[in-house]
Design a protein around this ligand. Structure first.
Ligand SMILES: [Zn+2]
Length: 227
């Protein structure tokens, strides 16, 4: 899950939460904050704490993220105690999950048990753990698992082509493909050994939290975050 930095609130107050959508898209790109897919026209302003349960936060920038219909409908109006989960706008959530061959996403095996439980809870909250044959299978309309599967294949092919013909132009083209696809975490993982590509990807995906990375594009603890 890409760690993002929304920055300070663009306006002192919104009169309707939907007004925040263009601001969020400008700051974070048109990507679901949870599943990371590129969604051209159907993203929604996501309330971390459901507006029906905590109306005082319904118009607060600090309570906003971006979500696709699948992540939104899985999360629904689930009551959220913020500290029971990990969040892409306050934690280095790229350290929370492992993206593996075939598009599998799971809490990172290196995490200490308490943080691992929070990563698991976060995945379950928005249904990122839903895969065919899993404990909770996805609905027919939930193809997030398939997008991860396809993106893994796409990124792996790009990695192979780059190893055969390493040019600046191909690197730029791969970044353009990644931007059009989303799933930052998968591209980041596939290009784990390529600091130049990691740097390009991080810079290209608008809103990626800069202080979640050290000078060599390795992950580091996010200041103020849980990991
Ligand atoms: Zn999503």
């Amino acid at each position: 899950m890409r760690p993002v930095d929304k920055g300070t609130a663009p306006v002192s107050t919104y009169t309707n939460y939907a007004e925040a959508l263009p601001d969020l898209e400008q700051r974070l790109g048109r990507y679901c904050s949870y599943c990371e897919r590129y969604i051209a026209t159907n993203l929604a302003v996501e309330h971390v704490q459901a507006k029906s349960l905590v109306p005082a936060l319904a118009l607060m920038w600090s309570n906003f993220l971006l979500a696709c219909v699948n992540c939104n409908s899985c999360k629904g109006d689930t009551p959220v105690t913020v500290n029971d989960y990990l969040w892409p706008d306050s934690d280095n959530t790229l350290r929370a999950f492992e993206y593996r061959t075939g598009g599998v996403v799971a809490p990172h095996s290196a995490l200490a048990a308490p943080v691992r439980a929070k990563a698991q809870a976060s995945a379950a909250l928005v249904g990122l753990d839903r895969v065919p044959g899993g404990a909770v299978p996805p609905t027919q309309r939930d193809l997030r698992w398939l997008k991860r599967f396809e993106t893994w294949r796409k990124a792996n092919n790009a990695h192979r082509r780059l190893s055969q013909n390493d040019t600046v132009e191909l690197r730029e083209q791969i970044v353009d493909t990644a931007l059009a696809t989303g799933l930052f975490s998968i591209w980041w993982t596939v290009f784990a050994a390529d600091e130049n590509m990691r740097s390009r990807l991080r810079a290209a995906f608008v809103g990626t939290c800069p202080n979640s990375f050290d000078a060599n594009e390795n992950l580091q603890a996010r200041p103020g975050g849980q990991l």
